[in-house]
Design a protein around this ligand. Structure first.
Ligand SMILES: [Ca+2]
Length: 229
């Protein structure tokens, strides 16, 4: 799993070269089109999709649309004996050092996922002004975990049920300039099955003070601006 995690990080880095403009919102939830109903294009501040990802009307927790991240992980005869996939969508916002964040959302596998690792998560990652992946304060020192990830929708999750996904509090490390908030489907199972996870009702909040309660999140305006120390 350790090696596969490294592969995941590398795969993600290749997908992170695209950046989106940060936008301030009055709402505590910073994400734009958080229920995917608008299918807002990335160049209008919407979700940036990569690999096998699309807006979908097949499933919806609210409204009529969701985000579907999926793929086909197949077995091969050469090391590492599988072809893995990482599909997802993300948005990016300014995030100064020490700023604290929490991402939540809901995930659903329409059919029970086969094999492992094969899972859907939400994730936050921090980057410096040059676009280097910094991980989080919580994961500092653990080179295999460059991001703060939620619990998973995986082979143990009942099919057809929306599961709450929650990163908990993620703290931006020194040098941080931006945060990227992801939906992700990761499949290195080699299960030779086309499968994936739907996402809906995402939220990204900037936490203030000692509050870890999402209800106390504040928008980007003012309070989370950081100095350059
Ligand atoms: Ca929706």
């Amino acid at each position: 799993m350790k090696n596969k995690t490294v592969v995941l990080c590398t795969a993600l880095l290749g997908s992170l070269l695209v950046s989106a403009p940060g936008t301030a919102f009055a709402d505590d939830n910073l994400l734009k089109d958080s229920s995917f109903e608008l299918k807002l294009p990335a160049d209008q501040g919407g979700w940036i999709l990569f690999d096998e990802s699309s807006f979908s009307s097949n499933e919806a927790r609210t409204g009529s649309q969701s985000m579907y991240n999926w793929g086909y992980s197949r077995t091969v005869t050469y090391p590492p004996y599988f072809v893995g996939i990482v599909s997802g969508s993300f948005q990016e916002f300014p995030a100064g050092p020490g700023s604290r964040w929490r991402m939540t959302g809901y995930g659903l596998a329409p059919t029970k996922l086969e094999g492992a690792p094969a899972f859907g998560i939400v994730q936050v990652s921090f980057f410096d002004a040059s676009g280097n992946d910094l991980g989080t304060v919580e994961t500092a020192g653990d080179t295999t975990a460059r991001a703060k990830t939620s619990n998973e929708v995986n082979a143990q999750t009942p099919a057809g049920e929306w599961t709450l996904l929650d990163t908990g509090t993620a703290t931006a490390p020194a040098g941080a300039a931006t945060i990227q908030a992801f939906t992700l489907y990761v499949d290195f199972s080699g299960s030779n099955t086309t499968q994936g996870v739907y996402f809906d009702d995402l939220s990204l909040c900037a936490l203030e003070g000692d509050d870890d309660d999402e209800s106390d999140c504040k928008g980007l305006e003012g309070d989370i601006e950081q100095d350059d120390d």
